[in-house]
Design a protein around this ligand. Structure first.
Ligand code: SME
Length: 162
């Protein structure tokens, strides 16, 4: 999507601004979700799941109330976490095991958060539009996720492995 190119630099700059001087994971993740939701058009849910107690537990987000716990390997989020790879789903109804949290979601993009080889959690972006997110948005979301990972002290968050 062209939008990623046009606003990508601004988004990353704004993220650097809100993360500056702050190492708290919950604070920075909350601001990251808000920035993504405000900046990227055509999304109905943006937020984080963090690895706590061996499963993904919902963290800061923007959108409707969501399912709280996702086992590794389950749904799009669990798949991205288990594979440690970005997953772009054109149509969630064609993804076996998709976990429907908001009936409005038709496509999904999930980015794993990794720090020095350790899985922290995932960044999840849902859209009502089939085929909404492609490689350009994935690259932008990956860059934002990398900034967030670098900006936080993960030992403050009760995340597995830290
Ligand atoms: N659809 C996700 C679950 C999380 S919500 O979309 C917020 C999945 O299949 O993992």
């Amino acid at each position: 999507m062209q939008v990623a190119k046009e606003i990508g630099g601004d988004l990353l700059q704004m993220a650097a601004g809100v993360f500056a001087g702050e190492r708290d994971p919950w604070a920075n993740a909350a601001n990251a979700a808000a920035l993504l939701f405000e900046t990227l058009p055509d999304l109905n849910w943006v937020g984080f799941y963090f690895l706590r107690g061996g499963e993904l537990v919902v963290g800061p987000f923007q959108g409707r109330a969501a399912c709280v716990r996702i086992p590794l390997g389950a749904g799009v989020c669990g798949a991205a976490a288990k594979r440690r790879e970005t997953v772009i789903i054109r149509d969630v109804h064609e993804f076996p095991g998709h976990i429907p949290c908001d009936a409005a979601s038709n496509s999904e993009l999930v980015i794993p958060l990794l720090a020095a080889g350790r899985l922290i959690g995932v960044l999840d972006l849902d859209s009502p539009t089939i085929g909404r997110s492609g490689r350009p948005d994935a690259t932008l979301a990956e860059a934002l996720a990398a900034k967030l990972v670098a900006a936080c002290d993960w030992q403050l968050a009760g995340i597995d492995g830290f």
